[in-house]
Ligand binder design. Structure first.
Ligand SMILES: *[C@@H]1O[C@H](CO)[C@@H](O)[C@H](O)[C@H]1NC(C)=O
Ligand SMILES: *[C@@H]1O[C@H](CO)[C@@H](O)[C@H](O)[C@H]1NC(C)=O
Ligand SMILES: *[C@@H]1O[C@H](CO)[C@@H](O)[C@H](O)[C@H]1NC(C)=O
Length: 422
């Protein structure tokens, strides 16, 4: 991004702070009126401070919608956090009517948060009735699902049911057969399709058994809602671990300005080319992506990885695999062979989910945070860990919170008695 963009964005965030409503516990009386997107925060929490400018942009973008954007200081209004069961900060929730609450679980970027709110503010399945609306959907860059056919029968019922369950995560539409025919061409109806990256993919399963069709449609939607080559972070890895696929991760380094060194971009593009050119072969079993924070990959592999690096994670067992060759020597063909050997289970696997591995991972994470602290502030670290109490609390903290695959460590623990905890 050019420097002048920063100045521009900085100005915007300043001008738009007023779009965020500061809520108190009187909010409980009005919550049932309309749609609310609320951030629960604590003043001492560093992640909340980082979310603050993003939140202002979200409020600005949703200003002309029917969604109101607010925030609650949970140290002042503790009844609010108990009412909504808030256990960590920041927590983002969408509130709809008297009873419906949805907690945001993703990467806390402006677009992700806005899409989350937009999906939930409409019905689970939105009907597309006009030609222009379909064109608009296609140009929105969002992945979306659509049903084509009559609003009755088993596929429609299951589609609706899946849409209700996945509404926080994806957009679901329905298209009349005539409109679909005009846009997409002839097709067998009823059918379900997904539109992503300028292509259409159909759900192909003629299962008669309702229960089997349900699980196959659920699995299909759960895996197709992601792009072909995604950025995987601590905020969203939890979602990918539920796909029952192998995660193929290109591990690179990204600085604070989101810049990746040239050689690592080439490596990342090479890995991407494997799935782009051989989707038919690998898509069923592998979800491809890249990781920009080496510490996430390090805690999966439980060692300090050289960069760039190729790591494959089995999302059901948490085992991981890596190729024999160094990343710089990898070619698309070598990656093919490596993925084949994972599929036929001849590749060696490491890690997993057993108790000794979990303990070691905890120890590794604790050691890493300690050495980071030491690098950041040796004096403070020495003083802190000179006290046995400090040590004890670190151990307790790591045991409770260091499981990366739960992806909870983005959040600060709710603790009202220690306001200086930041
Ligand atoms: C489909 O399966 C899911 C669990 O996988 C279940 O929660 C849901 O109720 C099922 N829906 C129908 C209509 O059977
Ligand atoms: C993960 O490992 C298990 C056990 O080896 C295997 O059955 C499964 O197919 C692997 N792959 C995925 C994606 O779960
Ligand atoms: C597994 O796949 C690799 C790579 O294609 C191949 O070299 C190896 O012979 C295969 N092993 C088995 C047991 O099929």
């Amino acid at each position: 991004m050019a420097p002048y963009m920063f100045i521009f964005l900085g100005f915007l965030s300043y001008a738009s702070t007023s779009r965020v409503l500061e809520l108190s516990d009187r909010f409980l009386d009005v919550r049932k009126d309309g749609h609310w997107l609320v951030m629960f925060y604590a003043p001492w929490c560093a992640h909340c401070k980082r979310l603050e400018p993003v939140w202002a942009h979200v409020a600005q973008a949703l200003y002309n919608s029917n969604i109101r954007v607010g925030k609650v200081d949970c140290t002042r209004y503790t009844t609010m956090s108990t009412t909504f069961g808030v256990s960590g900060f920041p927590t983002i929730m969408f509130l709809k009517g008297d009873v419906k609450e949805f907690t945001f679980q993703g990467d806390r970027t402006k677009d992700e948060i806005i899409n989350f709110a937009l999906r939930l503010s409409g019905p689970p399945v939105q009907q597309v009735t006009r030609q222009e609306s379909f064109d608009m959907l296609k140009s929105s860059n969002n992945i979306f699902f659509s049903y084509v056919g009559p609003y009755e029968g088993p596929l429609w019922e299951l589609y609706y049911d899946v849409a209700v369950r996945f509404q926080p995560f994806s957009f679901f539409y329905s298209l009349s057969p005539t409109l679909a025919k005009k846009h997409i061409g002839d097709m067998k109806t009823p059918t379900v399709l997904v539109y992503k990256e300028d292509s259409l993919y159909f759900f192909e399963d003629n299962e008669i058994d309702q229960q089997k069709l349900n699980s196959s449609l659920t699995h299909w939607v759960n895996t197709e809602r992601f792009g072909t080559f995604v950025k995987i972070t601590r905020g969203n890895i939890h979602q990918f671990m539920q796909t029952s696929k192998y995660l193929v991760l290109a591990v690179v380094f990204e600085n604070k300005l989101e810049e990746v060194p040239e050689d690592m971009i080439m490596f990342r593009d090479m890995i991407k080319s494997v799935i782009v050119n051989h989707r038919d072969k690998f898509h069923r079993h592998f979800q491809f992506g890249w990781v920009a924070s080496p510490d996430l990959a390090n805690s999966i592999a439980m060692t300090e990885l050289p960069l760039p690096y190729l790591l494959v994670v089995n999302s059901t067992t948490n085992h991981h695999h890596f190729p024999d060759d160094e990343a710089h020597h990898l070619t698309p063909d070598a990656v093919h062979m490596f993925l084949d050997s994972i599929l036929n289970q001849s590749a060696p696997s490491y890690g997993g989910n057993s108790i000794p591995v979990r303990l070691y991972r905890t120890y590794f994470e604790a050691r890493t945070s300690l050495s980071e602290m030491w690098r950041g502030n040796p004096v403070l670290t020495a003083v802190l860990f000179g006290l046995p109490l400090g040590f004890l609390s670190l151990i307790c903290y790591s045991i409770c919170c260091a499981d990366i695959l739960d992806a909870d460590d983005e959040e600060d623990e709710a603790d009202y008695s220690h306001e200086k905890k930041d």
